[in-house]
Design a protein around this ligand. Structure first.
Ligand SMILES: O=c1ccn([C@@H]2O[C@H](COP(=O)(O)O)[C@@H](O)[C@H]2O)c(=O)[nH]1
Length: 238
């Protein structure tokens, strides 16, 4: 497959989830993928192993990094964590919308005091969850009602967007509009899932529905040739 590197250059909307256990392997994979082809997401496993030095290395290599630590704690603690994450120079960070209004507001206000800040988004309902699980943890209403309520709360608190499943894109766009970033994991090239993801969609369909960013991990990182997998996905949404 040939790549279109012609100007004007714009980064594809793919954020590769680097869910690897070894920082060195993550650095090698990042180098193979290239900062001109994708953004990267660092989550709990890799951050716990590689820590801030790994994040800073990738930022210094020119990657736009989404630090996906999904903060969920009292407002003061989350605000401090957001400050610390912003100090790493990352492009995007996130919190759980379940942390509530005060936590969301404090996080946003803390970041707004900076001359440069990362995008701040909130996780609504994890893409691995289905309705029966929401009932089990005591949430009432449909899954969509819960996602929309949390997305509205996030918007009202001035956040830049939310993490949601691609299946909720229409709902959020219709009710909240386009000035709100929708970051969607649960992306599967063949719309089937043999793993923990439950609310899934293909990259083409998610973008057609209005996703801003597609978070894609295992379909790329576990592929025999990750770069080829990324290029095929990118070509499919071009
Ligand atoms: O609701 C959510 C929030 C975050 N994630 C993260 O996205 C990636 C998805 O990886 P895949 O291998 O493509 O399933 C992963 O890092 C999750 O922590 C999510 O899946 N759902």
């Amino acid at each position: 497959m040939t790549e279109n590197l012609s100007v004007p250059f714009s980064l594809p909307p793919v954020i590769v989830a680097l869910d690897l256990a070894q920082p060195q392997a993550a650095l090698e994979l990042a180098q193979q993928l290239g900062s001109h082809r994708c953004r990267l997401k660092i989550g709990k496993e890799l951050f716990t192993r590689g820590g801030p030095p790994l994040v800073e290395k990738l930022v210094n290599q020119g990657f736009e990094v989404f630090l996906d630590l999904k903060y969920y704690d009292i407002p003061n603690t989350v605000a401090g964590a957001c400050e610390a994450a912003a100090d790493l120079g990352v492009w995007m960070i996130n919190v759980h919308a379940f942390g509530g209004r005060n936590m969301l507001l404090t996080a946003r206000e803390t970041l707004e005091k900076r001359s440069q800040r990362p995008l701040l988004i909130a996780v609504t309902i994890l893409t691995s969850l289905i309705m029966t699980e929401l009932y089990a943890i005591g949430l009432h209403g449909t899954l969509e009602e819960n996602v929309l309520r949390l997305a509205r709360l996030s918007k009202a608190c001035g956040l830049d967007g939310v993490v949601c499943s691609p299946q909720e894109i229409f709902l959020i766009r219709q009710n909240i509009g386009t000035d709100f970033k929708l970051v969607t994991p649960g992306i599967r090239p063949f719309a089937t899932s043999q793993d923990d993801q439950k609310r899934i969609m293909t990259p083409e369909e998610a973008l057609k529905r209005g996703a801003d960013y597609l978070v894609i991990g295992r379909p790329i990182t576990a592929a025999p040739d990750p770069l080829q997998a990324l290029l095929e996905i990118t070509a499919s949404i071009d």
